[in-house]
Design a protein. Structure first.
Length: 566
């Protein structure tokens, strides 16, 4: 490997995979290619993202906070006082630069295959944000087969595929998302006819619901989950201890208690629940198999050794049932999809693992996607490659998804361009010195703060401490909680009353974060209900409420002192 050659970058994102699902993080799901990456790189146990997918992707590609990048709210969750306000545009805005925009200007080839979810209009698609070759799914979720069936009527406007900026009307008969995205990425890299480096963004929609796999994958995990939630949770916990991911003294996470235990399910309910998890596991093994195909192609092209690989999930495991996606209802799902047991995982089925399995998937963390508990915002991160000198499991470094852009620029020996005074500040920090073991210092010190907000779920992490606020249904909506994550990874013991000074310190940090990113407190009035979904997705400024005063007041409200217990 020549040290003079610029490195390639392969950024792999999976959709809604739980913290402990893959083998390198303690799971029983067979992922030998991810295991190989982990064995030749470093896996991080304290890496954080947003609690929902599009905000995470906006931060990943821009290095900026989601409230600066345009995803202050997840479409279609905007309140009327947030709709089309600065930072709440609902797509990746013009106040940030993207990794491919910067690298392309520096001579890199830039390729993307997979989920975008950052803007459906032509001027907001991947090709308009720095990607040279793209095959992208523009929305949030869709059938994994060629029928392009949307999750709901409200999802339909951005349920589209695009290649190099042009809408793809028809998919091949044998289309399966993970297979086809990988095929496209292999094609783009193989067709490159020069020696320039590349940046490749492979964004699987798997294992996002609907849970579906090709026919030859359907029975790969038959019987594995028949023992139920606690059996899998305990096996994962023990494996994670062996790997050094969690302390030997960490006890089992009893879960939220909001859902039926395995013993409370009927016999038929157990069969159905186990089958759903079998399909989910097969989806993850399938995407790992596809990664093996891609790695083999890179080796064949003599590109693998010069490639730095990042692997992450965009948020915690998904608790949402098919009826969650408005305006779906259970009767609608039952009458419009074939969710008979024998059709699970096939075309025209729409099933999810549900909240109880989602808690298992995030072992040993609490809760799941949608929340700012660790199960919603802590996901696996693997960084691997011959230029990455660090090895093993790292449990004490607090990392954030915005760290990846500055890390990539640092490895490419590039500075972040200051092309406009309107550019938002980078939120992340480069990991390169740590990954190359050029320093023994921590990536962050005890004074660094990470802030989170999505759908009024709020949190701030500072050193070992975390302050969190959760609205219903997973919180009361009127109480902040304080946890020490080093001693209480499961967020079970609220220390707010015991440490009032620390509570107030972190509350001040939250208020400073809210002001700095332009957080707008929701007025509780859904923009979607006012506009209708077709008009909503136009993202037309004429529909914006003239609420400069309202916006200022909302941000000011976030900055008011909060007394303990408020």
């Amino acid at each position: 490997m020549s040290n003079l050659r610029q490195p390639n970058f392969l950024l792999i994102v999976v959709d809604d995979m739980g913290y402990s699902d893959c083998e390198p993080f303690g799971g029983e799901i067979r992922t030998p290619n991810l295991q190989q990456l982990a064995d030749h790189g470093v896996r991080f146990r304290h890496f954080h993202v947003s609690s929902l997918c599009a905000p995470t992707r906006s931060m990943l590609l821009s290095g900026c906070d989601n409230h600066h990048a345009g995803l202050g709210a997840m479409p279609t969750m905007h309140a009327t006082n947030q709709y089309m306000q600065p930072g709440y545009e609902g797509y990746l805005n013009a106040n940030v630069l993207t990794i491919p925009e910067i690298l392309k200007d520096a001579g890199y080839h830039t390729y993307m295959a997979g989920k975008w979810h950052l803007g459906e209009h032509e001027e907001r698609r991947p090709h308009a944000r720095g990607f040279e070759r793209t095959f992208s799914f523009l929305g949030g979720g869709v059938s994994h087969f060629n029928d392009q069936r949307a999750l709901s009527a409200f999802e339909q406007p951005h349920t589209k595929y695009s290649e190099d900026g042009r809408t793809v009307e028809n998919l091949p008969p044998d289309f399966y998302s993970s297979d086809y995205y990988t095929d496209k990425m292999m094609q783009y890299i193989a067709e490159q006819n020069d020696q320039q480096p590349f940046f490749a963004y492979l964004a699987f929609t798997s294992p996002h619901d609907p849970l579906q796999v090709p026919a030859n994958w359907l029975d790969k995990y038959k019987g594995v989950y028949d023992g139920g939630y606690d059996v899998i949770k305990e096996k994962r916990r023990q494996r994670m201890k062996e790997l050094g991911l969690i302390p030997e003294t960490l006890t089992a996470n009893e879960g939220s208690g909001l859902f039926k235990s395995w013993g409370e399910l009927t016999g038929d309910e157990r069969i159905e629940a186990a089958r759903k998890m079998e399909i989910y596991a097969a989806m993850i093994e399938n995407l790992d198999w596809n990664l093996g195909r891609l790695f083999d192609k890179l080796k064949e092209l003599n590109q693998f050794d010069d490639t730095i690989i990042f692997f992450l999930s965009d948020n915690g495991a998904n608790p949402k049932e098919p009826s969650f996606y408005a305006p779906n209802t259970e009767p609608f799902i039952n009458s419009n999809f074939d969710n008979s047991l024998e059709n699970y995982g096939k075309i025209n089925s729409f099933i999810s693992i549900g909240p109880a399995w989602a808690e298992v998937a995030n072992t040993p963390l609490s809760y799941f996607k949608l929340t700012t508990y660790e199960g919603g915002t802590q996901t696996p991160l693997i960084v691997s490659g011959k230029r990455v000198h660090k090895r093993g499991v790292v449990t004490d470094e607090l990392l954030h998804v915005t760290d990846l852009l500055p890390t990539i620029l640092d490895f490419a020996n590039l500075k972040y361009p200051q092309t406009s005074k309107n550019l938002k500040p980078l939120y992340g920090t480069s990991l390169k010195p740590y990954l190359q073991e050029e320093t023994k210092q921590s990536v962050r010190n005890d004074f660094d703060v990470l802030g989170f907000e999505m759908g009024e779920c709020k949190a701030v992490i500072k050193g070992d401490w975390k302050l969190i606020f959760m609205p219903p249904p997973y919180g009361t909506g009127n109480t902040w909680h304080l946890y020490n994550l080093k001693e209480d990874l499961k967020e079970e013991h609220d220390l707010a009353a015991e440490f009032p000074a620390k509570f107030n310190e972190l509350m001040a940090d939250w208020q400073a974060y809210a002001i700095s990113v332009g957080y707008i407190k929701s007025n509780g009035d859904p923009a979607l209900a006012k506009l209708g979904f077709e008009e909503f997705y136009r993202f037309d400024p004429k529909n914006r409420i003239d609420s400069g005063t309202e916006t200022q007041n909302a941000t000011r409200e976030a900055a008011q002192p909060v007394k303990l217990g408020d």
